[in-house]
Write a protein that binds this ligand. Structure first.
Ligand code: SF4
Length: 380
């Protein structure tokens, strides 16, 4: 087993439908029984937006029309816009805008900038996007501060073009593509079908590999796809006090692990993204219980990787998160962190070196003990 130190700060967002009330989202009731309790799988409710808006340009694409055909039988109110600009997305307050946006699906055409891919180390060689925005409500959300405008879920109708564009980025060596940077692709799959299209496309490639990660669990439509081993399906998991309190609208960890088990049985390479790791009180007990649960779910030989991502935030993401989740219990105290700067002068707040060292060493050992054939891809 080898472990690589990743210098990169962002790693993979998620790296998590629902129409939650904001009271639920901000319910921070302490739950100290989470350590070793027996939980039952709690499946994520399929996201049913209260508004699905389609631009005229999106409806020129077959894939855009397929999304429309999925929405209509579900009685999701559909609006066909007259222009390609999305308007009327803001409420009177930031919170009202957030609440409305999280209940809105916009089907649009991905802009030309999305056809010039950018690298996404350490997760993959390249990132591409089938959507931006996510229906879940994680109080540490990686998208806060990364996407502009109200956090509407924008799904792209020009998916075939997006996929066609990828071949130019493949090299003679294996080339990996991450599709979860700006969305949780499984969380919207019942409305878009886009992830299945990606998996089928990569199933035809020899050197191109797809990676996705999710906090949802509706994987049944993926099981029989001709994935050809070219897609690594990952689930994002965390210790119970974090996932129970901070990850609104997602499947619980047990349900995510069951979904991963199904995918591994269907011969998908699989992965666990443990993120964002936080040294909460009694963290060894909580994360030990998580690893035990994962070992129980994956108790047969499978191609398994780990990605280990500690919590970090920037001044910008903190600002947005506190507007979205003003009552959050998420620890965003800069005085307990060290500053890490990137080459562009941006700064982020990470855990102190000693804490990071202790966490890294513990996770390395504990994973090795439970998953001798698992491979840790990186620590960040
Ligand atoms: S809200 Fe969605 S995108 Fe944000 S962290 Fe949760 S699952 Fe990931």
């Amino acid at each position: 087993m080898d472990i690589n130190e990743a210098d990169n700060s962002v790693a993979v967002p998620h790296l998590g439908g629902v129409n939650l009330s904001l009271d639920f989202v901000n319910d921070n009731t302490p739950d100290n029984t989470a350590t070793v309790r027996e939980t039952k799988p709690k499946h994520a409710r399929l996201w049913m937006p209260q508004r699905a808006i389609f631009t005229p340009a999106a409806l020129e694409f077959e894939h855009g029309n397929r999304i429309l055909e999925r929405c209509e039988p579900l009685s999701i109110p559909v609006e066909r816009l007259k222009s390609n600009r999305l308007t009327n997305l803001r409420g009177e307050t930031v919170r009202a805008t957030y609440a409305a946006a999280k209940r809105t699906l916009a089907v649009v055409v991905a802009p030309p900038s999305h056809f010039k891919l950018t690298p996404i180390p350490p997760s993959a060689d390249w990132q591409f996007h089938l959507a931006e925005g996510c229906p879940a409500h994680c109080q540490y959300c990686y998208l806060a501060g990364s996407l502009s405008g109200p956090p509407v879920v924008r799904a792209y109708a020009n998916l075939p073009q997006i996929l066609e564009n990828l071949a130019a980025y493949e090299t003679k060596d294996e080339t990996s593509f991450e599709v979860s940077c700006y969305t949780d692709p499984l969380g919207i799959e019942h409305l878009t079908g886009s992830l299945a299209e990606c998996i089928k496309y990569f199933g035809t490639r020899e050197k191109g590999f797809l990676r996705y990660v999710s906090k949802f669990d509706a994987v049944d439509e993926l099981i029989d796809l001709p994935h050809n081993g070219q897609t690594r399906a990952r689930t994002s998991v965390n210790a119970a006090p974090i996932s129970d309190r901070l990850e609104g609208g997602t499947a619980n960890v047990k349900a995510r692990l069951q979904a991963l088990r199904k995918l591994a049985f269907a011969d998908y390479p699989v992965g666990l993204v443990i993120a964002p790791i936080m040294p909460l009180d009694d963290w060894k007990t909580h994360y030990g219980a998580l690893l035990d649960e994962a070992a129980h779910a994956l108790d047969f030989p499978c191609d398994l990787t780990f990605e280990l991502i500690t919590h970090r935030f920037t001044p910008g993401s903190k600002d947005v998160l506190l507007q979205w989740y003003p009552n959050t219990s998420l620890d965003l105290d800069e005085s307990k962190r060290e500053i890490k700067r990137n080459k562009f002068g941006g700064q982020k707040f990470v855990y102190p070196r000693e804490t990071m060292k202790e966490l890294k060493s513990w996770f390395t050992e504990e994973i090795k003990a439970r998953f001798p054939n698992g491979k840790i891809l990186y620590w960040t």
